[in-house]
Design a protein around this ligand. Structure first.
Ligand code: SF4
Length: 462
């Protein structure tokens, strides 16, 4: 159970998942897989019926986020981190062909068009505890599960859901306890530890060996790099109907030009990396949530650019990933990582703070400079709305990754040029994010009804 930020592992933040959304694709898939496990435990029967209700934001933008397909993949027992992509995206057709899903040796009738229902505006007398809610209802025998996909692939369940498919390891007491950035910075000073050392010690206390932590992070970094490469080397048009062209590869080639206006080679390169991941995610590719799918390009882009420009060893990248995980954990505890809860400030804003902090850590800045960098990055994303056109994680999301990465590098440079002293603390900025998100009207929180999405209508740009 998460009691403090220090209870959250970097591997819960940096999850291997599939595009296009951690809250609307990965979370629902994990929840459906969890429900399948419940049916297996209770015992499936051939006469069983099965329904899935997608509620709130999951219904409002679930089509664009492929939530129904993710639910089908989860019901078939597939895993966003490891199952072949073709099986995941073929699951809904497979269920249609079979007329149901096979669970625990029984064939259970299930047709996505009939048995998945979409309710964007639940009746006021039944308010949702979270805008990303889904309910699974089986009859004969009767089994129910309510799940809340709270962002970044985290899923909370109502009632006694039993052991979770995506559960954290058994509860452990980590050596370094903190819930706020102030506590973390103080702890680093008192203990004479870097932030990366604090993060590593806590991971080791969760039962992993040093080699396992290293390999796990290296694997995340490999997937991040592969997403950059895949995005840079793929042209064409993104799926979903908006006819959004892929631009990352062309932008990267442009960044190599000798005669660039304003000579912004590094900025364009970084933008191309970030957009490459965004495009790969939008196309349903495999990515690492950082802290969400929609914002998954910010951290890899910044780290890739800094490592390349400064010729840093891979150990520096690992330090950066560990510190990025700490920042996301603090924001998750103090505000939210979910666009449906607090708008895009919780996704791209947090990603930018993670990347800024990671960059400072990689360049050997101290804890106060790391905290300052994260605060600068968050501060200048406050109020950012979530308004994906057509409910697709494409406009403004893909370009927004580029902007988040550039701001992160700027924030890191500003923090490194200072002694780390600054007036607005990261904790205060996180509190303001939470309050601002609370004050945002629902149309600006991943319902695809306000902002750019509202300007284009629910069907997008056409
Ligand atoms: S606008 Fe931001 S929060 Fe909303 S889906 Fe896009 S990246 Fe996520």
């Amino acid at each position: 159970m998460v009691v403090r930020a220090s209870d959250i592992s970097v591997f819960d933040i940096l999850r291997v998942g599939i595009g296009p959304s951690s809250s609307h694709t990965v979370g629902p898939m994990l929840a459906a897989r969890r429900f399948r496990e419940m049916i297996e435990r209770h015992g499936a029967s051939p006469g069983m019926s099965l329904r899935v209700e997608l509620l709130g934001s999951l219904a409002a933008t679930g089509k664009g986020h492929r939530t129904d397909e993710a639910v089908c993949a989860g019901l078939m027992g597939l895993d966003p981190a490891g199952s072949p992509m073709a099986e995941i995206w073929g699951a809904m057709d497979e269920i249609r062909r079979a007329g149901g899903v096979r669970i625990g040796g029984a064939s259970i009738a299930f047709m996505p068009e009939r048995d998945i229902t979409w309710q964007a505006m639940p009746p006021p007398e039944q308010p949702l505890r979270h805008p990303n809610t889904l309910r699974f209802i089986a009859a004969s025998p009767s089994i129910e599960l309510t799940a809340r996909s709270v962002g970044g692939g985290f899923v909370e369940y109502d009632g006694d859901a039993g052991p979770l498919v995506d559960e954290q390891a058994p509860e452990v007491r980590v050596p370094y306890l903190f819930d706020t950035a102030a506590e973390l910075v103080e702890l680093c000073g008192v203990q004479g530890r870097t932030m990366a050392e604090v993060a590593l010690a806590n991971e080791l206390a969760r039962g992993m060996t040093l080699a396992q932590v290293r390999d796990g992070l290296l694997d995340r970094w490999r997937i991040m790099r592969e997403a950059i490469d895949a995005g840079l080397s793929t042209d064409g048009v993104l799926p979903g109907g908006l006819n959004v062209p892929r631009r990352a590869g062309r932008l990267y080639r442009h960044s190599l030009s000798e005669r660039l206006p304003l000579a912004r080679h590094a900025d364009l390169r970084t933008s191309a990396y970030a957009m490459a991941v965004g495009e790969h995610n939008a196309a349903g590719g495999r990515i690492v949530t950082a802290p969400t799918n929609g914002a998954a390009g910010v951290l890899p882009a910044a780290l890739h650019e800094v490592a390349r420009e400064q010729n840093l060893p891979v150990t520096a990248i690992l330090d950066g990933l560990l510190v990025a995980g700490l920042v996301a954990a603090i924001v998750k505890r103090g505000a939210s990582l979910s666009g449906a809860e607090v708008g895009c400030q919780g996704e791209i804003g947090t990603a930018s703070a993670m990347a800024a902090a990671a960059t400072v850590a990689m360049l050997r800045g101290d804890a106060r400079q790391i905290e300052a960098a994260a605060e600068i990055a968050i501060e200048h994303h406050l109020g950012l709305t979530c308004d994906p056109v057509g409910g697709l994680v494409q406009i403004p999301c893909i370009e927004r990754n580029a902007m988040g990465a550039i701001k992160a590098l700027n924030a890191a440079a500003m923090a490194l040029a200072s002694d780390g002293n600054h007036l607005v603390s990261l904790d205060r900025a996180v509190r303001v994010m939470k309050q601002t998100g609370h004050d945002l009207q629902a149309k600006y929180r991943e319902t695809a009804t306000g902002g750019l999405a509202g300007a284009f209508g629910s069907t997008g740009c056409a």
